[in-house]
Every structure is written in structure tokens, then in C-alpha cells.
Ligand binder design. Structure first.
Ligand code: FE2
Ligand code: FE2
Length: 279
């Protein structure tokens, strides 16, 4: 495979730190022996960091599930501190007019998965819109939120791509669960391991699939799932530079930068830029 390089150790180390921090609430829950209110304080403290006089509060969604959000009291910055309302100094600084490529470089985790999927579609000779759809299909998982990622991803990119591409990104979420012998797509073996043999799909996924089967863009979404299946290789990374021309032709990069162009999803890009803003 050309245009690949091995992951660097800094990335691996920072990913490990991020993983352990993300799981800290579970450790707190199991190890903290104080009263319920003391435990709630400890959990709530996990959502707050102080850097000198800057007070950084995470959204409850960061830890919801590891902790019960209804038990976490809301706090305001203590005297002598100010709430973070701008860039988080622990994150890579983004430019005033961020591009899609900049988000790949500075805000997306596991971007190798997106890049490998798109490279596979490119090498397979698929249409450029399919390549871009593969490049963006899990952008919500990688940069924003995992649950219902197809839907979040669709809304995130809709102002900047054709309706066919954003529709396909949404719909791949449901199609992943349904085989299609006509293109050689089988139910992922990994899903049996991850979700169990008895996992049952929710009704909205069945309905999404039913609607998609008769949709004129069905195959665009189906090709995402086809190129998605073989794309997991954590040891290699494809450069986004090989997609520069395709992005230029099919992604309407706003002059003001993603997050600052007033589009219906600008706030979602801004949240990725500054995920720990107090408000
Ligand atoms: Fe996905
Ligand atoms: Fe994927």
C-alpha cells in the first residue's frame, strides 16, 4: 500500500492517556468509599480541570454512563478562576478558518480508518463521490460522538457536500447490519463478537434499511459499507493529501472556515474546535 506510514509513539501514548482519562469515572465509582454526596463530588470533580487560574468544565456527555448525570451537581467557577471560554490549551491550536484537512490533522481520532476506507474505494475505481463518502462516513465517531454516528455525521457535513453523499453517510449506519450478496457484503463477523449472536436491531434501523433498499442512492451507501469492512488496520496511516483534489471538487470548503460560516452545522464544528468551552 502506498502513502502509508506507521503510527508514531507520541500518538499511541496520547491515545493511551486519553483512554485512561475517559475511563476514570468507572474507576472512581468502583474505588471511592465515601458517602454518596462525597462520591458525587468526586465524580463531578472528574469533569473539571484547573490550569492555573483557568477552570475547565467538561460537558456531562463526556462521562454520562460511567456516572449517573442526575447525581452530578452543577458548579460555577470558584473565586480566583475564570471559566474557559476559548481554546483549550491542551489541544492543538486551530487556525481562524479551519479546513476539513485541518480537522483531520488536529481533531479526529482513528482517522486512519477513514483514510484507509477512502483509499480502498479509490483503488477500487469507485466514483469520486463514493470516495468522499468513505472519507467522511465515520467523521462523527472520530471527532464528535459515537452513538447514532451516521445521523450526526450527516448533519455535520450536509451543508458542504451533495445530498447524495450526506444521505449515504447517514444510511451506512443501518446498512452495516444487513448483508447484500449482490456486492459480496456479509454481516460483519466482528459484530457477532462485539454485540453477540442474539443482538437484535432496533425498529428505526429496520425502517432505515427498508427505506434505503428502494432509494435511488442505495448503492452509494452500500459501497461505504463494502469499503468499510476491510479498512481496519491500526498500524498504517494514509495521507489525506492524496484526496486533496477530490475534496476540492466535492466538499464546499467555506471561506470563513468550518465553524464560522453560519451554516446549520457550524456549531457542531465549533464544538469540535473548542469542546471544553463553558458555554
Ligand atoms: Fe460507521
Ligand atoms: Fe467505518
Amino acid at each position: 500500500m502506498s502513502n502509508v506510514r506507521h503510527d508514531d509513539t507520541d500518538t499511541v501514548r496520547s491515545n493511551a492517556i486519553a483512554f485512561s482519562e475517559a475511563n476514570a469515572p468507572a474507576a472512581l465509582l468502583s474505588s471511592h468509599s465515601g458517602s454518596p454526596s462525597e462520591r458525587a463530588d468526586a465524580l463531578e470533580e472528574h469533569l473539571i480541570r484547573r490550569l492555573d487560574d483557568v477552570w475547565i468544565a467538561k460537558s456531562i456527555l463526556y462521562a454520562s454512563g460511567d456516572l449517573d448525570p442526575s447525581t452530578v451537581p452543577s458548579k460555577v467557577p470558584p473565586p480566583g478562576t475564570r471559566a474557559l471560554m476559548g481554546d483549550d490549551p491542551r489541544l492543538k491550536k486551530m487556525s481562524d478558518a479551519p479546513t476539513l484537512a485541518e480537522f483531520f490533522h488536529k481533531r479526529l481520532m482513528s482517522k486512519a480508518h477513514l483514510l484507509q476506507s477512502a483509499k480502498l474505494a479509490l483503488d477500487s475505481g469507485h466514483d469520486e463521490k463514493v470516495v468522499l463518502a468513505c472519507l467522511l462516513h465515520d467523521i462523527a465517531v472520530c471527532g464528535l460522538i459515537r452513538a447514532d454516528h451516521g445521523y450526526w455525521g450527516e448533519q455535520l457535513i450536509a451543508p458542504y457536500v451533495s445530498e447524495e453523499i450526506s444521505w449515504a453517510v447517514r444510511t451506512h449506519q443501518a446498512l452495516r447490519f444487513f448483508p447484500d450478496e449482490s456486492v459480496g457484503y456479509e454481516y460483519p463477523e466482528s459484530y457477532v463478537r462485539w454485540f453477540g449472536e442474539d443482538y437484535e436491531l432496533e425498529p428505526y434501523i429496520h425502517e432505515e434499511y427498508r427505506q434505503a433498499r428502494k432509494h435511488r442512492w442505495y448503492m452509494t451507501a452500500r459501497l461505504i459499507t463494502l469499503n468499510d469492512l476491510y479498512a481496519f488496520d491500526p498500524t498504517v496511516e494514509v495521507s489525506i493529501d492524496i484526496f486533496t483534489d477530490i475534496i476540492g471538487r466535492h466538499f464546499k470548503q467555506p471561506r470563513e472556515g468550518l465553524g464560522f460560516d453560519g451554516s446549520p452545522s457550524a456549531h457542531m464544528w465549533r464544538t469540535m474546535i473548542r469542546p471544553t468551552r463553558f458555554l
